[in-house]
Ligand binder design. Sequence first.
Ligand code: TYD
Ligand code: MG
Length: 455
Amino acid sequence: MPKARARFVCQSCGHSQPRWEGRCPGCGEWNTFVETMVDTKRKSRGRTQPTHGQVPRLRDISPDGFTRIPIPIEEFNRVMGGGIIPGSVTLVAGDPGIGKSTLLLQISGLLAENSDPVLYVSGEESAQQIKMRAERLGIEGTNLYVLAETNLDSILEHLEQLKPRMAVIDSIQAVHLDGLTSSAGSISQVRECAATTLRLAKSIQVPVFIVGHVTKKGSIAGPRVLEHIVDTVLYLEGERFHSYRLLRGVKNRFGSTNEVGVFEMCEMGLREISNPSQVFLAGRETDAPGSAIAVTLEGTRPILVEIQALTSRTSFGLPRRTANGVDFNRLLLLIAVLSKRVGMGLSNQDVFANVVGGLRVNEPAADLALAIAIASSYRNRPVAPDLALVGEIGLSGELRAVGQIEKRLMEASKLGFGRCLLPRGVGQKRLPKVEGIQLIPVRSVAEALDVALVK
Ligand code: TYD
Ligand code: MG
């Protein structure tokens, strides 16, 4: 058994010493020491035997070998790439209170319904608190083992003994290794705890889910120290005061990262939403100015969202711009394009933009809908109710082509939109044909405005 001990390692030059110091004597940088578990056997590195003849050829390696454990929540399966890989470590990250514990308890409960044991370790809540939540979620938990513990050595001992079908550690910021002097939640603790867990998970082939809280800067325990250690990183996102939650794959060693699962937080925990567009468009007022429908793509799945804008005359000082769910700089850019290329007098107007349902839209393909929503509010003319919009806007007001247009059109058609405004690509030969939806290709925002706004 190799002996490990804690040392402080400079993140800049790699110098290591037993004590913390403000400035590294090796490279002179400040605040670079991070406590790390160092394997004392490592000194023999460099003298290891060469491994001639043992390295397999790519040709001889069999491609499969992953048997995934499917979860009866389709939205979760989709993000995981079809199921959980035994021995994999998945980080579920998100803001505090967003629903990470709820999601993982639900999954644990579902898996434990079969005869295999599942271990749920909580370093934040007592077993009674977990019981209360489980009752709310309707989890009986005959095979669900609950451990309220923060000492990682002890947790891993239990994990090794129980060898469950799956384990959850909630959260990585709450557990600690005894060998390190720094407190739980520090970079060194978080990193070492994750690495130790990963080693055990791989050796006993038990999939482990680790919960990680996102800190104020939007990273997990400092500079995203965990993301490169674990196999899969999922972010649970959503607005605190909206009930929709998006589970987004950010990294996945066993599948595509382009997937998004949509959930709603209800009384009985997270409920999956398999028809997000329908849900997001429910309650839309079709004749109100300032609302436009964008066909966005979340991962590989098209989702229709309503983008709203409101312009109102600035009463005092500089005009205000507020972006909710869209990128603030993108909003400024589109306002500038509308002012300069279409001649809209937005320089004395406050502009507020909002995506309905608390969703975040980062895709440039939603530019056109946002610009049209602003124009619609400014001119006080509603957007034609049967019109969906897709297109990126360039600085000269031109519309730029976006990817996977056919998929988007099919979704728009499915939801009953009869027409879609889209960019007329330069040199584009033919438009895709999708049943039930008329395509209106345009070259610029100005052209789009003529079509989109009701006279
Ligand atoms: P939680 O899973 O504790 O968040 P996290 O682990 O990410 O910090 O979720 C807490 C929130 O979820 C809390 O505000 C209450 C809400 N909630 C529901 O609305 N319904 C439920 O069934 C449960 C269990 C929680
Ligand atoms: Mg929690």
